[in-house]
Design a protein around this ligand. Structure first.
Ligand code: G3H
Ligand code: ZN
Length: 284
């Protein structure tokens, strides 16, 4: 069923695993992620950035595609459709009105008080509709669609506590050195701060930039209260690699099913690997 992230993440935190957020880019990504979740008996969060929603023609198309697939594929595990890095109250409201079950309001780029103000407004509307809310503090490095960072700023534990208390968000993404896109070298995550923020806020934490984080760091993050890990680039890389392989092996191929089908299998295999690594398999 389509649900918010609220219970999913509370359960994950209580039982020391993390639910994966896997980003949608098109039909094949959506099929692959839903099939992986059903096969693994894992809850799953479908992340949709504003850019990806635009690419897929809009929030309504995304919701109807997901609903259709859940019916046709007989999906029984809990699924959330989540706006990733929502840029404004209006965008969050638009996604909620289209049927999203969860939103992220990313007001981390402006002043702290402004972040609180916008996030509170989103929480008020979202919660009145049973929709969960994620907020962010600090800056995730790298670039994802419209979200560009020119430096990594670590979230401040005191501000995190205040944001959670004053807004009533369900989950918090404190930026602690993670990066969107591939890492240059090993990631250097602020685990000390993560532990402090997890304990001070009490809410399940989100780790953005899940691509390229070694298993030992994933496990550490989960042990410090991370209950949601976002992955996008790794699936994109797996899919592009497979398309290149198929097209390089046969210069006569033109039917998209002949290269997108194998790409879909590659995405599914990647997602299954992440679900096992995050410990969410057999938790639905
Ligand atoms: O919000 C989405 C993510 O944080 C994905 O990060 O593309 O580095 O896996 P990634
Ligand atoms: Zn992100």
């Amino acid at each position: 069923p389509l649900v918010s992230m609220k219970d999913m993440l509370i359960q994950a935190k209580e039982n020391s695993y993390a639910v994966g957020q896997f980003n949608l880019n098109n039909l094949e990504f959506t099929q692959a992620i839903l099939q992986a979740a059903e096969e693994e008996k894992s809850p799953v969060i479908l992340g949709v950035s504003e850019g990806a929603a635009r690419y897929m023609s809009g929030f309504k198309t995304v919701v109807k595609m997901v609903e259709g697939l859940m019916e046709d594929l007989n999906i029984t595990v809990p699924v959330a459709i989540h706006l990733d890095h929502g840029s404004s109250y209006d965008k969050c409201k638009e996604a909620i009105d289209a049927g999203f079950t969860s939103v992220m309001i990313d007001a981390s780029h402006g002043p702290f008080e402004e972040n609180i103000e916008i996030t509170s407004k989103v929480v008020e509307y979202a919660h009145s509709k049973g929709v969960s809310v994620e907020a962010e503090l600090g800056t995730v490095g790298g670039q994802e669609d419209d979200v560009v960072a020119d430096g990594v700023i670590y979230a401040d534990p005191k501000e995190c506590q205040e944001l959670v208390e004053r807004t009533g968000i369900d989950t918090l993404a404190p930026a602690l050195g993670s990066v969107h896109g591939p890492y240059k070298g090993e990631p250097n995550l602020g685990f000390k701060e993560m532990e402090e923020i997890g304990a001070a806020t009490g809410v399940p934490l989100v780790l953005h930039g899940g691509t390229g984080i070694p298993t030992k760091d994933i496990q550490k993050a989960i042990s410090y209260g991370t209950a949601k890990i976002n992955v996008n680039t790794e699936n994109q890389i797996a899919s592009a690699k497979k398309v290149r392989e198929v097209l390089a092996a046969d210069s006569e191929v033109y039917d998209p099913r002949k290269y997108m089908g194998p790409a879909r299998e590659a995405i599914k295999a990647t997602v299954i690997g992440k679900m096992r690594e995050f410990g969410s398999s057999n938790q639905a």
